[in-house]
Design a protein around this ligand. Structure first.
Ligand code: TYM
Length: 320
């Protein structure tokens, strides 16, 4: 299996990023190849402060390493350190129908909200296709919201292969059904733009306060409830131990418990779950040279592979 995925450095990672995607990166990092990158070129469509983008990119690398990404197995790099991907984007762009991009939800949502959309946002899925195709990746671990983009990547690759021969490997999304769409504190999909996130490396006291404010329904305490349809339980099921989950699910079905108690359990379980990563993060943050070295080594390996695939694509379409 050749695995690849990317994550935008638009702020601190939240539980959706971790349970939907990063946890899979770590599980899959010992496959034949595992390439993971910080998508700073994609982030440029929303982050316009150079200092913030630079800082976020560094913090994202530290976060990924603290969460268990191991540079001895996985190749970790910043997207912008592989300029071959931008050249490949152009080759792909020339064969991408406008209609395919017009149907993409990130662009459609922004347009529907009356916000100004630029060419970067519109062509975002083509850059993403180049990211995936440049490393001959066949498996792309992501959350459900990226599924459409992987389908677009497959369409673009199929069209190029149809015109110029079998140049690209066909990738597939790998979506964990247990965390395909992690809910936020309001029960909607957890997303920075909805202001409903629980962050992975948030100060535990601040996180506890947020958890205590999670919206719940107003059914009476003694009424039995279905744990599987409750977002508080869904969040708990990500961080609780198997035994804790079973016990809590049983209390839901029996009734007679208060949401306040569940929130306390959730805050305790979350603190315990991320504690080892929090400790590793403190050490890593004190070693900026090491982070620099890891990203530099990762970029060199990634460039080598991307250059090989770019050459193949150029030859096929008559650029070389
Ligand atoms: P991004 O940065 O928005 O999100 C990173 C990863 O987190 C997942 N995710 C979620 N999963 C479950 N529940 C949620 N609430 C949730 N919120 C976010 C996303 O699905 C994603 O896997 N376009 C991509 C970055 C990218 C990329 C790529 C990904 C650029 N090139 C090539 C894969 C392959 C993005 O914006 O992800």
């Amino acid at each position: 299996m050749r695995v690849l995925s990317g994550i935008q450095p638009t702020g601190r990672f939240h539980w959706g990023n971790y349970f939907g995607a990063i946890r899979q990166y770590i599980q899959l990092q010992t496959e034949d190849a595992a390439f993971y990158f910080i998508a700073n070129l994609h982030a440029l469509t929303t982050v316009r402060d150079p200092q913030v983008l630079r800082q976020n990119t560094q913090e994202a690398a530290i976060d990924l390493l603290a969460l268990g990404l191991d540079p001895d197995h996985a190749v970790l790099f910043a997207q912008s350190d592989v300029p071959e991907v931008c050249e490949l984007t152009w080759l792909l762009m020339t064969g991408t129908p406008l209609g395919l991009l017009e149907r993409c939800h990130a662009y459609k949502d922004k347009k529907a909200r009356g916000l100004p959309a630029d060419a970067g946002l519109f062509t975002y899925p083509v850059l993403m296709a180049a990211d995936i195709l440049a490393y001959d990746s066949d498996t792309v671990p992501v959350g459900e919201d990226q599924g459409q983009h992987i389908e677009v990547c497959r369409d673009i690759a199929a069209s190029f292969n149809h015109h110029f021969g079998e140049v690209f490997v066909m990738p597939r999304a790998k979506i964990l059904h247990t965390a395909a769409k992690v809910p936020g504190t309001d029960g909607e999909k957890m997303s920075k733009s909805y202001h409903n996130t629980l962050e992975v490396f948030e100060d535990p006291r601040a996180q506890r306060k947020k958890i205590m404010r999670i919206k719940t329904d107003s059914r009476p305490v003694d009424q039995p409830k279905d744990p599987d349809t409750d977002h508080l339980y869904q969040l708990f099921s990500l961080v609780g131990t198997d035994q804790q989950k079973e016990e809590l699910a049983e209390s839901y079905r029996r009734g007679g418990f208060g949401y306040g108690d569940v929130k306390k359990l959730l805050a305790d379980a979350a603190e315990a779950y991320f504690q080892p990563s929090r400790q590793r993060r403190e050490q890593l943050a004190a070693e900026p040279d090491r982070i620099h070295q890891i990203l530099g080594d990762g970029a060199a390996t990634a460039r080598k592979k991307a250059a090989e695939v770019l050459r193949r694509a150029q030859q096929a379409c008559g650029i070389r």
